[in-house]
Write a protein that binds this ligand. Structure first.
Ligand SMILES: NC(=O)c1ccc[n+]([C@@H]2O[C@H](COP(=O)([O-])OP(=O)(O)OC[C@H]3O[C@@H](n4cnc5c(N)ncnc54)[C@H](OP(=O)(O)O)[C@@H]3O)[C@@H](O)[C@H]2O)c1
Length: 252
């Protein structure tokens, strides 16, 4: 029998990872809102991983409720993560999946590019995703920050630009880049300013070139996403708090 895994939150991502892990032969123990985590922890005190598959807004509420036995075994997959974010929540050495596939309610898993995964249970998750035909690869822990920055730039730039009044609601990544390039470039620069502030380091402009190439990796991908307004609001709130100059984001 392969090592058991706990998945906390069975939405789109939790469901996709549960599918991959079950297919790979791992018993999967779900924690939903109706579950008592302490009861599951009593039955599964040493899972290979406790993957927190809740959204950005729920993470800070869930982390303090994680049973002691699972604290050193946490996995994360949220957009907007950075090492400073999870260390701020008291999580020191998590397994982190920088998810580059999309899973929506009525749409199967759609990879944009290979998903980098680092941390103690990285090999297990990579192998499970690959078993389902979802490209993934293992990265060292110290590469996670750069991988997270790239994903954060992509998701904020795509989601926020697609909220502009100038842009059609169902715009694809390719249409966004080809028809609204100056808008995309302004928002991407502001997103880079925010990431530089969050990481406390200057970040190279080469990340922007790479970002535009990624837009074309999955050209038909819808740019907006249901979390777009909340993501833009969080970015602007952070910029206000830090006094950052983000004119393109403010003009949206
Ligand atoms: N979906 C994607 O394509 C995708 C891609 C990359 C990254 N991500 C990231 O993955 C994260 C999850 O996204 P998602 O699309 O899977 O969202 P989702 O479908 O809304 O799933 C989140 C799940 O967490 C559950 N949950 C929230 N708080 C909980 C709690 N206290 N206890 C137990 N369960 C709880 C929610 O339950 P309720 O339904 O009851 O609220 C929901 O089932 C987000 O940070 C997102 O940015 C998603």
């Amino acid at each position: 029998m392969k090592a058991p895994v706990v998945i906390w939150g069975l939405g789109q991502m939790g469901g996709a990872f549960a599918h991959a892990l079950l297919y790979a032969g791992h018993p999967v123990h779900p924690v939903t809102r109706a579950t008592d985590p302490a009861e599951v922890a009593a039955a599964v005190p040493e899972p290979a991983l406790c993957l927190l598959a809740v959204g950005e807004n729920d993470l800070a509420d869930v982390v303090p409720r994680v049973p002691e036995a699972w604290r050193g075994r946490l996995g994360l997959l949220q957009n907007e993560l950075l090492p400073g974010v999870y260390r701020g929540l008291g999580i020191e050495d998590p397994t982190v999946a920088v998810v580059w596939f999309e899973k929506k309610k009525t749409v199967p898993i759609t990879p944009v590019q290979s998903t980098p995964i680092g941390g103690p249970a990285a090999a297990l998750l990579v192998s499970a995703l690959e078993g389902l035909g979802v490209p993934a690869h293992q990265v060292q822990r110290d590469a996670l920050r750069d991988e997270l920055v790239k994903k954060n730039l992509y998701i904020l730039t795509a989601n926020a630009t697609a909220l502009s009044r100038e842009v059609a609601e169902d715009v694809t990544m390719e249409q966004l880049l080809r028809a609204h390039r100056p808008l995309v470039e302004g928002v991407a620069r502001d997103a880079l300013t925010i990431q530089a502030s969050l990481t406390g380091e200057a970040l190279p402009d080469s990340l922007l070139k790479e970002l535009y190439e990624t837009f074309l990796a999955d050209p038909h991908h819808r740019a907006r996403g249901r979390s777009a307004p909340a993501r833009l609001a969080r970015a602007l709130a952070y910029a206000d708090e830090q006094g950052l100059d983000v004119p393109a984001l403010r003009a949206l």
